[in-house]
Every structure is written in C-alpha cells, then in structure tokens.
Write a protein that binds this ligand. Structure first.
Ligand SMILES: NC(=O)c1ccc[n+]([C@@H]2O[C@H](COP(=O)([O-])OP(=O)(O)OC[C@H]3O[C@@H](n4cnc5c(N)ncnc54)[C@H](OP(=O)(O)O)[C@@H]3O)[C@@H](O)[C@H]2O)c1
Length: 393
C-alpha cells in the first residue's frame, strides 16, 4: 500500500511530440499548472525553433528536437547554457519518442507523426493520440503494434475521448453504434456555389474551436469528420455502418454511444481541448482542467441535423475509402494533406480539395499490404499524383 502511494506520488515522465502546435501548447499549459507532478523528457517541433527553445527553457526537458535540420543552429544557440540537449532531423524526432517517458502526447500534424508515434507505441508507452492522420494512414498496423507491445492508446480528439468515456469496453456486445458529432465547420450553411470562392482566412476561422491550420481546413471541408470516422473504426473496432455522423453546431455534445436497450450515453463539455487532454494526462484518474464550465441554462438550446454528403463530398470519400479497405485510407489521407496545403498556399480553390482527393483515389492503386514500407510507398505515390493535379503558380 505504501509502495503504491509512493508510485502514485512520483512525478510522471512525459514527452510532447509537436509541442509548438495548438494541442502541444495546450498540453504544456496543463503540465505547467501542475508543477511537481510531471517531468518532461522531450519536446519536439517541426521548424519553430524559437518557440521550442522558449518552451524548453520553461519546462526543462532533457531533449528538444526540431525536425527541420536547417533550424538546428538556431535551436542550439537559443538553448545555450540551459542544460537542455538540442537535436535535429526526422530521426531525432523518432529518438525523442523512444526516450523513456511513461506518457507521450502524439500531437504532430499529418502522416509525419506516424514513425515517432509508432516508436512510442512499440516501447509500450501510454500514448495520448491527437495525431489522427497516423491512425487513418496506418490504422491496422498501429493497432496491431499497440496489442503486441502492450501499449495504451488514449484518444485526444474530443469526439473519441467522449466515446472512450461512454463506451462499455467490458460488455461491448451491448453497444449498438457510436455517434460522432460534427460542428459542420464555418461553411455549414454555405451553398456549393458560395463554397467555390471561400478563402484560406475564412476556412481557418472555426466557429467553436481554436486549432492548427490543417485541422481547421479539414473541419471546413468536413474531411476532419471523415478522418475521425476512420480513426473511430480502429480505436473502437466497429464497422463503418455502426459509426454515425451527426451535425451539432454548438459543439457541446462531443459524441454519443447508443446501446441495444435504446439508452444513449452522451459526453458534454465546453469546446476546450484542455478537457480531453487532461483526461488523457490524468488517466485513469481525473485531473483539474481550467476549461470554462458548461452552463446549459445559458446555452438554452442545442440543435442537431443530418450531414449533407453533397455539399461536403469529403465525408462520402472517407466512408468509401474505409469501405474499400486496404491502403485506400492511406491514399485518402496523403492526397488530402497535399490538397489542403495547396489550398492554404492559394494554389487551388476550397472545393478542389475534395475533387483532388477523389481523383487520386481513382488513379492510385495502392494494394493491400500492411507493412510500414507498403504504407510509406502508397503515401508517397498518392502525394505525387496529388501534386501533379495542383496547377503550377
Ligand atoms: N488543434 C486541435 O484542437 C485538435 C483537436 C483534435 C485533434 N487534433 C489533431 O492533433 C494534431 C495536431 O493538431 P494541431 O492543431 O495542434 O496542429 P498544429 O497547431 O499545426 O501543430 C502541429 C505540430 O506538429 C509539428 N510538425 C508539423 N510538421 C511536422 C513534421 N514534418 N515533423 C515533426 N513535427 C511536425 C509542428 O511544429 P512547428 O510548430 O514547428 O510547425 C507543431 O508542433 C493533428 O493531427 C490534428 O488533427 C487537433
């Protein structure tokens, strides 16, 4: 008993992959509000060496890594005298994930997060998964490795965190279906014609959540919900037809689990990522989060509507890719990453994102292999086809 108390009161060693992003910064906010409870092993970024060094000086990790090697001199000099080791390059990000922390936040955006996340999984860590693209791209491989290594995967996406908290894993035969809610994004009420001319600045302005650029655009096309559908399929081991999507503009009900007796359990909260991050950070216990408290009397009304697959074709494409199986979701994800970046760069129209993804899904023949090499080559081929469809500027 005393030994157990001692273990519980020892600071937990944590690593944050993608610490300079929106989820990463929210994670650091929670860590800093609980001094003495956590020791930071490693922090990583892509190219933002200035912010990474600032974070490292505050949180005192053993290691700070920037994936972009050109930023190494800047990181190294910003950390001079701090006692924090600096490193650079994609392999160093994987190395950060391999360092012996108990808990790893996987908050890199896109398929770039796959190898580091897999490295943390393979050493049996508790992995808080925000990086949904790696489950979309390599879901079967990832879940197999989680099982083989005895790792723990805790969802950070608010919808999946909600389902995780309402799902009866001990008696899963009682679960009829799960229902993922979607805000509908900034263009929920736009016509298809209006959507032709929306700008990146409009697309990244999400009505309820403050997030990174890529996921904000995904929310606007509703590809985000498509990616979450595939993520939920892997996390909860349910077929596509038992995962429903429901538009709920207020983002108060974060998702629901429907049971065979007609009961439906819902998870509610204000839209603040620190709540699901705190759930994953404190798991299996609850920890305090500073998120605004839900006041339903003030909100007054909640509304729900069916998704429109015509105006938001990305949702249909994701469901089709999941139905096709094999490496179709890898292709979907890679093509979407290229198309979203092209839209953010001003090279294509908003509505071309789904058009490009659909074309790439039709042109690629990725096969059904399940190794990391198969996944990487399907991802690369899809990126190449998608890039070829982006007009030169
Ligand atoms: N934001 C949310 O509220 C939210 C909610 C649910 C799920 N998610 C998921 O969480 C993930 C992160 O989202 P976010 O909104 O936090 O994204 P973000 O703000 O764009 O941050 C992304 C992070 O990943 C790093 N990164 C980008 N490319 C990289 C690469 N090639 N190698 C290594 N690191 C790289 C970035 O470093 P730099 O800063 O140096 O570029 C940054 O630290 C995404 O998968 C997203 O779908 C986010």
């Amino acid at each position: 008993m005393d030994a157990m108390k001692a273990t519980l009161s020892e600071p937990r060693r944590v690593t944050v992959l993608g610490s300079t992003g929106s989820v990463g910064a929210n994670t650091l906010d929670l860590l800093e509000r609980n001094p003495g409870s956590y020791l930071v092993e490693a922090l990583t970024a892509n190219s933002n060496a200035t912010l990474l060094a600032e974070q490292a000086r505050r949180l005192k990790p053993r290691l700070a890594v920037v994936a972009d090697e050109r930023q190494y001199p800047a990181l190294k000099s910003a950390l001079a005298g701090s006692g924090v080791e600096a490193a650079a390059g994609p392999e160093a990000v994987v190395e950060a994930a391999l360092r012996p922390s108990d808990w790893v936040m996987a908050a890199i955006v896109g398929a770039a997060g796959l190898r580091p996340t897999l490295a943390a999984v393979r050493r049996g860590a508790v992995v808080a998964l925000a990086n949904k693209e790696c489950l979309v791209s390599a879901g079967r491989l990832m879940m197999r490795e989680v099982g083989a290594a005895g790792a723990t995967l805790l969802p950070v996406d608010s919808e999946h965190s909600a389902i995780f908290q309402c799902f009866d894993f001990e008696r899963r035969e009682g679960v009829e279906k799960i229902i993922l809610t979607a805000s509908g994004g900034p263009f929920r009420t736009f016509s298809a014609v209006q959507m032709e001319s929306v700008t990146p600045a409009q697309a990244v302005r999400h009505p309820n959540w403050s997030m990174g650029a890529k996921i904000s655009v995904d929310s606007a096309t509703m590809m985000n919900k498509g990616l979450e559908l595939i993520e939920a399929h892997h996390l909860f081991d349910l077929p596509s037809e038992r995962i429903e999507i429901l538009v709920h503009p207020q983002s108060v009900v974060h998702s629901l689990v429907a049971y065979v007796d007609g009961s439906v359990l819902a998870h509610l909260g204000t839209p603040d990522m620190r709540t699901p991050i705190a759930y994953a950070l404190g798991w299996p216990r609850r920890m305090h989060a500073p998120s605004a408290r839900l006041n339903l009397a003030e909100i007054g009304q909640l509304s729900f509507e069916a998704p429109d697959f015509e105006r938001f074709p990305a949702l249909r494409l994701a469901r089709e890719a999941l139905g096709e199986g094999g490496l179709a979701p890898t292709v979907l994800n890679a093509a979407n990453e290229v198309a979203v970046q092209a839209f953010l760069d001003g090279a294509i129209a908003f509505t071309s994102i789904a058009r490009i993804v659909e074309k790439v899904l039709g042109l690629a023949s990725p096969g059904r292999g399940e190794s990391l090499e198969d996944i990487a080559s399907a991802d690369q081929a899809a990126r190449q086809i998608a890039s070829g469809l982006v007009p030169c500027r």
